[in-house]
Design a binder for this molecule. Structure first.
Ligand SMILES: NC(=O)c1ccc[n+]([C@@H]2O[C@H](COP(=O)([O-])OP(=O)(O)OC[C@H]3O[C@@H](n4cnc5c(N)ncnc54)[C@H](OP(=O)(O)O)[C@@H]3O)[C@@H](O)[C@H]2O)c1
Length: 142
């Protein structure tokens, strides 16, 4: 799940469902401007992490340091593990800003597939396109 800003909204419901089902591994990338004021649902998310519902929680608070940090940077930092999850059949869901974030996250995803899957950029684009066709790469962006 990649849901910076208001994009976090649907993923609470996803995680609530997973909690009830008690199955599956979950990884959330969340980003906002400042951790002290914008870490939406912090206690709930940390609770899910503590209870083992959320295996991975990676945050990117863009304005907490001099250089901007966005979710796609966290994805790239965790590229090797993300690639393993993809190869194990993970579904990737992106929610939030369509104008910039979704495009940059898409580029990061292809970059990870290319680098860790040792593919050409064309083969990586095809891999991601196959994920879309299989409904394993879903985007709710606006
Ligand atoms: N009309 C309205 O009242 C209204 C209200 C809310 C949202 N919106 C629109 O809805 C969309 C989503 O907004 P949102 O509130 O969910 O938050 P957002 O504007 O998408 O910001 C959430 C986080 O994403 C960061 N970000 C900026 N550019 C990014 C990029 N290229 N890749 C990854 N992350 C990036 C922001 O950092 P920085 O800000 O530090 O760059 C911030 O930390 C936006 O298009 C926004 O304009 C409109």
């Amino acid at each position: 799940m990649i849901g910076p800003g208001t994009g976090i909204a649907p993923f609470r419901a996803f995680l609530q469902e997973r909690q009830v089902q008690g199955s599956g591994r979950n990884w959330l990338f969340f980003g906002e401007q400042r951790a002290c004021t914008d870490f939406y649902y912090r206690d709930e998310l940390l609770g899910w992490q503590r209870d083992g519902v959320l295996q991975r929680l990676d945050t990117a608070f863009s304005r907490d340091q001099s250089e901007k940090v966005y979710v796609q940077q966290r994805m790239l930092e965790q590229g090797a593990e993300l690639w393993q999850w993809l190869e194990q059949g993970a579904h990737v869901c992106v929610c939030g800003d369509a104008a910039r974030m979704a495009k940059d996250v898409d580029a990061a995803l292809k970059k990870i597939v290319q680098a860790h899957g040792k593919m050409s950029s064309a083969a990586a684009a095809l891999y991601v396109s196959h994920m879309s066709k299989a409904r394993r790469y879903l985007r709710d962006v606006y």
